[in-house]
Design a protein around this ligand. Structure first.
Ligand code: ADP
Ligand code: ADP
Length: 231
């Protein structure tokens, strides 16, 4: 089942001499349960791509369909609600609420949506994350790797159609990075969760289903694990 369909997406910043064509006619499809990595040099357009898909930025041209729905044909208010329910975000800098416990951080998106969190769902996520004994701890009492696992739990709790991760391992050492990737792999297998992740770390792309390379705003699909075109 198609979860994400990006069609002829372009994004231009600035005008005249200052114009930057950050994305040029980008098209690709992600199926349910696919875990894809976006790689490319700094300034190539990776963040712009993720920001457009997450509706944090507006494309100049083209369309983004999430579960068949055209993101940018919605009214802004509608799009905000749609994003909250259907897209989970994981950032390089974790972005946890420092005053809330592990458990409260994980429940946060449900509360934002004026719903009541199911304790069983929270317990299951704490179990998967290996953070059951830490449920009442504050983020400041956790290691970086643990904090990022909480952020992944927060992205998973709403069972979003898509998880967008922008350099989720950028602040972690190699052991913690692999743990975070393993957790995302588990989410894609176990919950059939579709994941799109930016990474600079070529070692981590071995764990994903598909690699998309962005170079000067142009996207090339490098395909699956059997593909050794990565340098
Ligand atoms: P990275 O290479 O780690 O992705 P960047 O420096 O390319 O970091 O960009 C980080 C963010 O800063 C981008 O997502 C974008 O929103 C913003 N940004 C990048 N370049 C510019 C620019 N020329 N003008 C304004 N904002 C920019
Ligand atoms: P990456 O994430 O691959 O480092 P970005 O998507 O951040 O790349 O940036 C792609 C290009 O768009 C870069 O040339 C960057 O300077 C430019 N850019 C990004 N955000 C902005 C912005 N808000 N205003 C102007 N230029 C930007």
């Amino acid at each position: 089942m198609e979860i994400l369909k990006v069609q002829h997406l372009s994004k231009t910043y600035g005008k005249g001499e200052n114009q930057v064509n950050a994305l040029k006619n980008v098209s690709f499809i992600l199926e349910q349960g696919e875990f894809a990595a976006v790689v490319g040099e700094s300034g190539s357009g990776k963040s712009t791509l993720l920001n457009c898909i997450g509706a944090l930025d507006t494309p100049t041209a083209g369309s983004i369909y999430m579960d068949g729905k055209d993101l940018f044909s919605m009214k802004e208010e509608q799009r905000t609600i749609f994003r909250r329910r259907n897209i989970g975000f994981v950032f390089q800098s974790f972005q946890l609420v420092s005053e809330l416990t592990v458990e409260q951080n994980i429940m946060f998106p449900i509360l934002l949506d004026y719903r009541k969190p199911e304790q069983s769902a929270v317990n299951e996520i704490l179990e998967v994350l290996g953070l059951k004994e830490r449920r009442h701890h504050l983020p400041s009492q956790l290691s970086g790797g643990q904090q990022q696992r909480v952020a992944i739990g927060r992205a998973l709790i709403t069972r979003p159609k898509l998880i967008l991760a922008d350099e989720p391992t950028g602040n972690l050492d190699s052991k913690n990075s692999q743990d975070v990737i393993d957790l995302l792999v588990k989410a894609s297998r176990h919950y059939q969760q579709t994941i799109l992740m930016i990474t600079h770390n070529n070692n981590l792309t071995a764990s994903v289903d598909r690699v998309l390379r962005v170079s000067d705003g142009v996207l090339t699909d490098l395909g699956g694990k059997e593909n050794e075109k990565l340098s």
